[in-house]
Design a binder for this molecule. Sequence first.
Ligand SMILES: N[C@@H](CCC(=O)N[C@@H](CS)C(=O)NCC(=O)O)C(=O)O
Length: 214
Amino acid sequence: MKLYSRPLSPYSARVRVALYHKGIDVEYVVPEMGWSKDPGFLAVSALGRIPVLVLDDGTTLVESGPIVEYLDDARPEPAMRPADPAARARLRAFTQIVEHDVMATMMTVFGQVYAKQDHAAAMARLTEGLRHTERMLEETPGVTIADAMLVPTRFNLDSLQRFAGMPGLLDPFPKIEAYRKKIDATPALARVWRELEEGLVAFMAWLAKQPAPQ
Ligand SMILES: N[C@@H](CCC(=O)N[C@@H](CS)C(=O)NCC(=O)O)C(=O)O
């Protein structure tokens, strides 16, 4: 199998959590900057987005959530979802809330802060998403599909605090703040966190060379 992925891409990081946790070896392809408009990459995935998982028979899978679930179906051990249908639905609901209400909203905030636009409405939505996440976050043993989503989300929350002048953003959310301890204590999660850090350093160096936004 082949995974198109970049170290700092949160959605790619989500898939790498599953691969590392399950000990699945794949070939990693790191597309060049500007990949999303590259005709070679568009031939692999018309969406122009990473991650993309290409199976050994050439089947192409896109969208990080379904890719993680594919890996959990194809290689069930160690399982990343409970067998009980209701518990499984609850876990998927939590994962989706983190994805849509926190991660996606945070990406909007990042874009607006960078473009020096008003981000008050997106920040209000993000705070609401964090409230739901804090309420629903449970200490779970092992690594679940929610952890795959939470690691890059928690990383980006640190970046938002650091780079967008929002220190203390997580102060009202002690469970989200403390989730970092699980990351440090869990090899697959810690590995992805390190890759995100390395990717951020490389991205900041690239960004410094770009023209400032008008
Ligand atoms: N919903 C998609 C989001 C993927 C996504 O937005 N990937 C970003 C990198 S983190 C990307 O490829 N962006 C390029 C673009 O949109 O032009 C998923 O979960 O895989």
